[in-house]
Design a protein around this ligand. Structure first.
Ligand code: HEC
Ligand code: HEC
Length: 268
């Protein structure tokens, strides 16, 4: 090999090595960037969780599970799969969440179900709209809410996330299933029932079947109970404010409603 050829060979080897080194470094750099943005994402979710607890949980619940009469769940399947279609929103979920948080809601789109505390149903949060939060904080809250998506879609199961499915021993017993619905729907927050609640906001339901028999002469006990739950404004009970939330019918499956009726009809 003459000198010129040797130089070309060495040059080629050098170029090849440099290229390989660059590729390896580039790949590693990509990993580094991925790790970095994953870290940033985790940090944003944590900040978002903190801000959510401070500003949003009073209406939307501690884990964004929603609260009866006040505000909808932001962590369930309906919210992530159907809500946008129903509103005719063409953008992404993230944009919807960010926009809604930023500008708030003058009136609820479902005033029967969620009226918030009145007008506005939800205050505007962005400082651009006179609210208290910066845009980066709103992005962090959005990341926190988006974090529920895989759980809501059933792609990830969180060990201690409350599941709407009844425990196995309840499955064949309509009484126990109905009791579960009574608890899950928050009825116990207002109604006393032996062994479950001593609340005095609404009438006690210990012997509701017997009481319901006497309420409206033309209605059977069962008809009266059904109507009282589905259309709380139709019947009023003396001595109690007319504040039972509307919209329970929309929040239960037919099976859950029938189980609840079964459970209440056993309270004589
Ligand atoms: C005063 C009670 C209240 C507070 C506090 C509140 N919200 Fe809301 N929020 C509501 C109501 C009411 C709605 C409207 C529901 C509707 O239109 O049916 C709503 C709607 C939303 C929606 C759209 C939900 C949907 O199904 O379309 C998002 C997202 C949201 N809120 C996020 C937040 C975040 C994040 C915070 C805290 C920064 C917050 N909210 C604080 C009452 C509240
Ligand atoms: C925010 C409080 C509240 C919640 C939550 C609530 N209720 Fe009521 N409920 C009331 C009040 C107050 C009344 C009486 C005034 C009226 O009829 O509006 C009432 C009336 C009733 C009656 C008629 C009682 C009678 O003596 O005539 C039944 C039955 C009933 N509720 C069942 C339920 C069930 C089942 C749930 C859960 C799915 C539920 N309620 C959730 C407050 C509540």
């Amino acid at each position: 090999m003459n000198r010129a050829n040797l130089e070309i060979l060495l040059g080629t080897i050098f170029v090849v090595f440099t290229a390989i080194a660059l590729i390896v470094y580039g790949l590693e750099e990509e990993n580094r960037m991925a790790r970095y943005s994953q870290g940033q994402q985790a940090e944003a979710i944590e900040v978002g969780a903190y801000l959510f607890e401070l500003n949003c949980s009073e209406c939307h619940g501690d884990n964004a599970e929603g609260r009866v009469g006040l505000a909808p769940a932001l962590n369930d399947r309906y919210f992530f799969t159907e809500r946008l279609n129903q509103l005719g929103w063409a953008g992404t979920m993230e944009d919807y969440i960010q926009a809604t948080i930023s500008s708030g809601r003058i009136t609820s789109t479902r005033p029967n179900q969620y009226a918030g505390y009145g007008v506005p149903a939800m205050p505007a949060w962005s400082e651009n709209y006179g609210g208290p939060l910066r845009m980066d904080q709103i992005r962090a809250i959005t990341a926190f809410i988006m974090n529920f998506e895989p759980i809501a879609l059933g792609e990830v199961v969180m060990p201690d996330f409350p599941t709407p499915m009844p425990p196995p021993e309840e499955e064949d017993d309509p009484f126990l299933r109905g009791r579960r619905v009574f608890l899950d729907m928050g009825c116990a927050g207002c109604h006393a029932l032996e062994g479950i609640s001593v609340s005095t906001i609404g009438p006690p339901l210990n012997d509701i079947t017997t009481v319901a028999e006497t309420r409206i002469p033309e209605l059977s006990a069962e008809e009266y109970i059904r109507q009282s739950i589905l259309f709380p404004r139709i019947h009023t009970v003396e001595g109690y404010p007319d504040i039972m939330p509307e919209g329970f019918g929309d929040r239960m499956t037919e099976q859950q409603f029938e189980d609840l009726i079964f459970f209440l009809m056993e309270q004589e």
